[in-house]
Ligand binder design. Structure first.
Ligand code: RNT
Ligand code: ZN
Length: 419
């Protein structure tokens, strides 16, 4: 049977429940995923004076062929994008600036250092998002940035964040879609602090200064990303969840929830509905923590499906910016992007195919038997046949056939690099 024939049979199964598969496709097409550029080069970036990755995050593996120039990274992204259905966004970090071999410190970065990215994004109809980089830098060596006791260091990073917001606004203006500029800092302590409050007071003040600089919100939106712990900040992280949730709500900023930044039994899927009652916008870094914030490539596991379900059944697709955040250097990096992004889209499609009104109604009636029975049965409905047809319709390879293309690219391009 062809993909189309399989689809036609499968479609009937979902239609039996009043679900329109065509409507699901229409909706899915419009959901942009912000694909993080840093999976392509192990969070290295292109600074002239390259620094070791710091900030308590870590990339393991040395799969050959990593991108070491902007051209290589963009070419790898293009390959991945050609294997992913839909029109998406690319998420950049400040270390991906192109400064023409000149040393430009982070507080001096300007929109012009990203003009090649913007030209490229225009050509490929992509939106761009941004992140200041507050790690892998001598001024972040002791693991403190915006909460640093030294005012000079704080000011340096404040300036960097303000410049970053300007760069975000430049993306927004050039590309006609607002950038999301997300601040994540590593600040924290390895061991039990003797004072938790003072660093948090300083972080709050630094953020106030950063956001005091006025930027048109229709061009750039600001997000803040919390964390529970990192390597070297096991005992205390200044920018904890409560810290940023309070800050974001009070100051009308977006809270960014990274799925790897909570206690292992604490699920981001369970937070979305609660957060959205108090804020009309939210951002995600969808990642996969394995025992710690390990940033494994996302797989179609229960939590990823649950996130998709929460976004769809709460009508939250317009309110939540979906970004990805994983970096695995032990496998082909183009494949890593492709696997992870296709999985994110699959989780949304899976969710778009369920009869949510009916399932909600069952719960309201206290009919938990039917609720569980149906939710379990839907797991083995012929979702794969619908996904395959979606890929075919969107002009990207179906099933595992994309892997052949990655292998070909590896043979022709990646294996010729000396990285
Ligand atoms: C770190 C945060 C942060 C980074 C990127 C590279 O724990 O998740 O988002 O992964 O900024
Ligand atoms: Zn993150």
């Amino acid at each position: 049977m062809s993909i189309k024939e399989n689809y036609q049979v499968a479609k009937k199964q979902f239609e039996k429940w009043g679900v329109s598969v065509e409507d699901a496709f229409q909706q899915l097409k419009k959901i942009p995923i912000s694909i993080h550029c840093w999976q392509g080069d192990d969070v290295s970036g292109f600074e002239v004076e390259q620094q070791e990755l710091s900030g308590g995050i870590d990339v393991t593996g040395n799969y050959p062929g990593k991108a070491t120039t902007p051209e290589e990274l963009r070419s790898d992204l293009e390959k991945a994008l050609s294997l992913i259905p839909g029109t998406h966004r690319i998420n950049l970090h400040a270390i991906y600036a192109e400064t023409d071999r000149k040393v430009v410190d982070r507080d001096q970065l300007e929109p012009e250092h990203f003009k090649n990215w913007v030209e490229w994004a225009k050509k490929h109809h992509l939106g761009l998002d941004f992140n200041p980089t507050l790690f892998s830098h001598p001024k972040a060596d002791d693991g403190l940035t915006l909460a640093h006791p030294d005012k000079e260091i704080r000011d340096f990073w404040i300036d960097h964040c303000i410049q970053s917001r300007k760069i975000g606004a430049y993306f927004g203006k050039e590309l006609g879609t607002p950038a999301l500029t997300n601040i994540w800092i590593p600040d924290g302590y390895k061991d039990i602090p003797s004072d938790r409050l003072t660093p948090r007071e300083r972080l709050k003040e630094s953020l106030d200064q950063i956001f005091d600089y006025e930027i048109d919100e229709s061009l750039n939106m600001d997000a803040v990303e919390s964390k529970l712990f990192g390597i070297g900040s096991e005992a205390y992280v200044v920018g904890s969840h409560e810290f940023y949730m309070g800050y974001a709500l009070k100051n009308n900023k977006l809270c960014l929830l990274d799925t790897g930044h909570y206690h292992p039994t604490e699920m981001v899927s369970n937070k979305i509905s609660a957060m959205l009652l108090y804020s009309d916008q939210l951002a995600l870094h969808v990642s996969r923590p394995v025992r710690w914030d390990s940033d494994h490539v996302i797989v179609l596991d229960d939590e990823l499906k649950e996130i998709g379900l929460e976004l769809v059944r709460n009508n939250a697709l317009d309110k939540v910016s979906i970004g990805l955040d994983f970096f695995d250097a032990s496998i082909n990096r183009v494949a890593a992007w492709t696997i992870g992004t296709r999985n994110m889209i699959k989780s949304l499609l899976y969710a778009l195919l369920l009869p949510h009104n009916h399932l909600k109604q069952l719960q309201e009636e206290g009919n938990f038997t039917d609720r569980l029975a149906l939710m379990e049965e839907f797991k083995t409905y012929p979702f794969g046949a619908i996904w395959d047809y979606y890929c075919e319709q969107m002009g990207v390879p179906t099933q595992e056939s994309w892997l052949e293309e990655v292998k070909q690219y590896e043979k022709e391009v990646l294996s010729k690099r000396n990285s």
